[in-house]
Design a protein around this ligand. Structure first.
Ligand code: PHE
Length: 335
């Protein structure tokens, strides 16, 4: 009787009550077993058999009921609160945001895509061959010095790349000109102050084709710097030396903090260097097997963090890598 009542309205509590009623210390089965004493010795084994059989029947019936009750409860929950996946999410109000370096990288890439560039990726841990020697660094070049370069212990001639220029070599070894690629990535140098961090980001741009000139390079640089900084900031191009370009130069951006007047961020110069550039050196073409009589090209490598620093008016480059939520939360979710 109890069993059928329970079947109509199953509950864990009901099952437990039923178990106690039959198998508990004062339960029916228990009391029958206690009465075994009153049965004659001859009949006892037979009676014991019957009782044991009945008890195990009751036990398994209760187990079954228990499973049924659980199943029922789950079903009941599902029926009561169906999950409607088409309902809008209830926002907690907390929103994520992009890291300023990610943001800046996306903004830069968008500009390069407009100019027809494709993204080319390369390794962060690389051989000296790609990071230095194919880029026309002589064996005694100071950039190979322990002070700048992180060497990988126990691996001969392996470094954390000091610039994204290693990708120039990978790209040119894998792909015949014409080439128009852009490569953002992490770079490493043993350095730390207001405008340097040991890990930083660069974006490398490489164009190789027939009749590529410095004018083309200037056009690309002007276009994307204008897109990011508007006509607001002045830029300047000045000659400089890198072994893998000839002629070579550097681009400076007017310091945002002091508008060119001079402050501690720009070491009182009014300018911040954002990267190097130049026409590909014939020795580089030779190292990768490209005909330097037929092709010319340019490359430049800019610091993404430096550009972000100027664009977002940061006081210290190291802020970018401290993981302070309050600082990071100021930036938008999307570029
Ligand atoms: N790789 C150079 C640096 O990190 C920058 C550079 C890139 C210079 C391309 C010239 C051409 O300092």
């Amino acid at each position: 009787e109890q069993k059928s009542a329970l079947a109509a309205n199953p509950s864990a509590k009901g099952v437990e009550e039923l178990r106690v009623a039959f198998l508990g210390r004062k339960g029916q089965v228990t009391s029958i077993m206690e009465q075994m004493r009153n049965i004659s010795k001859d009949d006892r084994p037979e009676a014991g058999k019957i009782i044991n059989k009945t008890r195990s029947k009751i036990e398994s019936a209760i187990e079954e009921l228990k499973a049924e009750a659980e199943e029922f409860l789950i079903q009941q929950k599902l029926d009561q609160a169906p999950i409607d996946i088409s309902l809008p999410v209830q926002s907690s109000g907390a929103k994520g945001s992009l890291h300023p370096v990610t943001l800046m990288r996306r903004v830069l890439l968008k500009e390069f895509r407009k100019l027809g560039f494709t993204v080319y990726d390369g390794p962060e841990v690389d051989l000296d061959l790609y990071n230095f020697s194919s880029l026309n660094f002589k064996d005694d070049h100071p950039a190979r010095d322990m002070q700048d370069t992180f060497f990988v212990k126990d691996f001969d001639k392996t470094v954390l790349r000091t610039h994204t220029s290693n990708i120039q070599i990978h790209a040119l070894m894998n792909q015949q000109p014409p080439l128009r690629v852009v490569s953002p990535g992490r770079t490493y140098r043993c350095d730390s102050d207001l405008t340097h961090t040991p890990m930083f980001h660069q974006i490398e741009c490489l164009v190789v084709d027939q009749n590529i000139s410095m004018g083309d390079m200037k056009g690309v640089i002007d276009t994307f710097l204008k897109a990011i900084f508007g006509d607001d900031l002045e830029t300047r191009l000045r000659p400089s030396y890198f072994p893998f370009v000839e002629p070579g130069g550097e681009v400076d951006l007017q310091c945002v903090s002091c508008r060119g007047k001079g402050c501690r961020i720009c070491s009182q110069t009014g300018w911040l260097e954002i990267g190097g550039l130049g026409m590909i050196h014939p020795n580089v073409f030779e190292a990768v097997g490209v005909d330097s009589e037929r092709y010319t090209g340019f490359a430049f490598g800019f610091g993404i963090d430096r550009i972000a620093m100027l664009r977002y008016g940061l006081q210290d480059l190291r802020q970018l890598f401290e993981g302070n939520q309050q600082f990071l939360g100021q930036f938008p979710i999307q570029p």
